[in-house]
Design a protein around this ligand. Structure first.
Ligand SMILES: C[S@@+](CC[C@H](N)C(=O)[O-])C[C@H]1O[C@@H](n2cnc3c(N)ncnc32)[C@H](O)[C@@H]1O
Length: 371
């Protein structure tokens, strides 16, 4: 199918007829007749689901582009709005309405920026930190944003706030920036808030490691400066049921568990029934200013206070922004837009009060794992 602009969409492709490379030079067509293993059929179906999503995006982008090129009737505006809504994660709204977060960032930026500094803002979003830095007296702010739509929104907001002469918004990932190209000179201060409920989920560690070495002047500072993870073990069949199934109406539906999340995902702990089996313990610490910031793991010893079945580790962070300012998403902080990170254990683990349980917490890529 071709749309009115003559663009071929993914829907044009008959996925059932696509050759999937098999071992050697064979393709799935060449081995047709041999029944595909259930796992292969899951992989193929997952690829189809992904292709379907891309196809929908392509179709919506095409409609929005056509609308932009045409006379912009009411229907055209709606197409553009729908596309924009899909391109920006919904949590940006809750995040910008989190006054505790915003106030902490504003005070830290105010205290860290010196007049005339060159500040690099990683992850502009709406340009909030960049504008805070300009307001605090920075001479130049380079602000980068991986999402092109957000970058454009940030650029227009910066202009609307009369800061375009100081703040330069670049659409792109920080890891693609170069001194002498997007940055006239290395930054004196790097500010960022690229933190999810489990700290690492937006790529904080590799992003800061790269920026520190490639984009920061020797002796320059980073904000946040350090982070710590805390957590306790819980028993909660209801929370585990957010990510694991057994039967429904008498039918075995466990195959769906092939799509379960093995790493962390957000949960507002206070809204779900659960039993805490250990006290909160220190899990890990990260020195963002000088630490290694690679993937890693720690073995933690947790004193068990109640008999039960440990099913998940609930994790939260404390972020040291520098200049004496910290923010955290602990379970008792109901104001924070960040929920807690639920890290499922690979299997239920019976635990007994007055013993100690050993657990390995791993941070790999953008996920936390416990085992
Ligand atoms: C949590 S939001 C924060 C936005 C804004 N700084 C604020 O505090 O309101 C993080 C933003 O950073 C962007 N981002 C994450 N990693 C990035 C990177 N390495 N380079 C550029 N943008 C990044 C995401 O697309 C997202 O819009």
């Amino acid at each position: 199918m071709h749309d009115s602009l003559g663009i071929t969409t993914v829907e044009d492709v008959d996925l059932a007829a696509v050759d999937v490379p098999a071992a050697g030079s064979q393709t799935s067509k060449q081995v047709a007749g041999a029944p595909a293993a259930p796992i292969d059929r899951l992989v193929l179906a997952a690829a189809r689901a992904q292709a379907g999503e891309l196809s929908r995006l392509a179709a919506e982008s095409t409609t929005a582009l056509a609308a932009a090129l045409a006379s912009r009737g009411a229907g055209a505006d709606e197409a553009v709005v729908q596309l924009a809504a899909r391109c920006v994660p919904r949590w940006h709204f809750a995040m910008l309405n989190d006054t505790e977060r915003n106030d902490a960032l504003a005070v830290a930026v105010e205290r860290l920026v010196r007049p005339g500094m060159h500040v690099l803002d990683i992850g502009a979003g709406t340009g909030l930190l960049a504008m805070m830095a300009a307001r605090a007296g920075a001479g130049r702010v380079t602000s980068c944003e991986a999402n092109p739509l957000l970058a454009e929104i940030a650029r227009q907001l910066v202009a609307a706030n009369g800061m375009s002469d100081v703040v330069d918004v670049v659409a792109g990932r920080s890891t693609d920036l170069m001194v002498g190209r997007e940055l006239a000179r290395p930054a004196d201060l790097i500010v960022s808030e690229i933190v999810d409920c489990g700290l690492v989920g937006e790529g904080l560690l590799p992003t800061i490691r790269h920026a520190r070495h490639g984009l920061l002047t020797p002796g320059g500072q980073v904000m946040p400066q350090a982070a710590r993870l805390f957590g306790f073990l819980i028993e909660s069949p209801v929370i585990i049921g957010l990510n694991r199934v057994t039967q429904a109406s008498g039918f075995d539906v466990r195959l769906l568990n092939a799509t379960s999340t093995s790493g962390h995902f957000p949960v507002r702990l206070s809204t779900w029934p659960h039993r805490e089996l250990t006290p909160a313990v220190d899990l890990a610490a990260f020195d963002l200013a000088t630490g290694h910031l690679g993937d890693g793991s720690v073995v933690v010893r947790m004193p068990v206070t109640h008999d039960g079945t440990a099913q998940a580790l609930v994790v939260w962070f404390e972020l040291d922004l520098g200049a004496g300012i910290t923010i955290r998403n602990s379970p008792d902080n109901l104001q924070s837009h960040w929920m807690q990170a639920l890290v499922p254990l690979p299997a239920d683990r019976p635990v007994t009060a007055d013993t100690t349980v050993e657990l390995r917490l791993t941070w790999h890529g953008e996920r936390l794992y416990a085992g």
